[in-house]
Design a protein around this ligand. Sequence first.
Ligand code: HEM
Length: 478
Amino acid sequence: MVEVYELLTVVVSLIVVKLFYWIYQSRNPKSNEKLPPGSMGFPIFGETFEFMKPHDAFQFPTFIKERIIRHGPLFRTSLFGAKVIISTDIELNMEIAKKNHVPSLTKSIAQLFGENNLFFQSKESHKHVRNLTFQLLGSQGLKLRVMQDIDLLTRIHMDERARKGCLDVKEISSKILIECLAKKVTGDMEPETAKELALCWRCFPSGWFRFPLNLPGTGVYKMMKARKRMLKLLKETVLKKRASGEEFGEFFKIIFGGAETMSIDNAIEYIYTLFLLANETTPRILAATIKLISDNPKVMQELQREHAGIVRGKTEKETSLTWEEYKAMTFTQMVINESLRITSTAPTVFRIIDHEFQVGSYKIPAGWIFMGYPNDHFNPKNYDDPLVFNPWRWEGKDLGAIVSRTYIPFGAGSRLCVGAEFAKLQMAIFIHHLSRYRWSMKTGTTILRNFVLMFPSGCEVQFLEDTEVVNSAGSNPD
Ligand code: HEM
């Protein structure tokens, strides 16, 4: 009986697959000859499941490697119900990044950012919000408005966790980030509101890349609920402050202080976008960086030497870091650059092709999603032994550059990441405070990627007992 049932299941599945295949063939007539090579996979799902298979975070995914061998550096596929062109050619990635303006978001992600999001509306609104963001997150903004807060928050959280003996890098760096941005944006927040806002973040991490099914029980549904709650909390805080005449955070003053006005709804959505993008990127890259350091004792030793030097140079009263000290963290910047290079095993340029685009004998049609992988980060012509984590390879290079012809961890063109310098600052300060202790990443920590970086067994740092290598007042107990 069971065998008959199984046979029936197989037959029905085959019929369904064949049916979908016919539908698919009829929707994709033979006029595709000029498209880049590739397969569109199954109807609707395309090649999504293969694409999303978790892989070693520091290796290019097998999905991409196999297709490069089969089709070369440019190929087509279908992911999350959308037609996609994937390129691993940095020249082409740069060109597409410069010539196309609209970011490619899958439907589930577009829903998450909201229809009225100024980052994704007109070119003018995009330019306006980028300019505003740089007032806070450009070099001057970071130096004058952000650095001190990040330093203080990191010190407090690090010391508290060191007393407890362990720290989850992703959790703590996310806390630091949100506490810092929330303060900059809204000013002080009621503890209850801050707590609830933090709770909302938990619904996001695993839910980014999904099919756009907003039905109860799905990840997208949970994300949308969390988004609604967060926007409401932020708006309530802002309106309450406005009514009571309480002071806003500096960033709100920037937003509402200029000649161009922004509605409260737009402002809230814009700020939410910054929170979301910041929280989904830096904590994961930082956790991966800490793992790379932990696995490379020579790197850890060199970092401890650099940071002990900074702390020793301070007097008892000068506990906080200065901008000059940050800029002098040369080896730390080399470590961060190297980590950003080696963790770039996902696309970093996302665009929708706005006009049909000719590449050699191929045509990329308008409306297709373009994903540019930074394959050049792993090209031995640019980086000797590219799979090896070697911060010293950055010696003598321009450590401040966030984009070059062989390095695009933050994308390129008009959509180049606005939080790049902020991310690097947060990472450097975290490494600074961690280097005051003797620590190691918990044995068995693994890092995978299924588009985003994942830490299946957490990303916990364990402090060795009584190990503050250099205390904050500058003396060395050793
Ligand atoms: C290590 C951390 C980070 C990495 C690796 C990263 C990477 C990226 C990449 C690859 C893009 C797309 C660029 C393109 O398509 O050309 C991007 C865009 C963006 N990122 Fe980041 N990012 C990081 C941190 C941050 C932070 C901390 C913030 C906010 C505080 C942020 C805000 C944004 C925004 C708003 C955009 C869209 C820019 C636009 O459309 O003009 N990112 N980021």
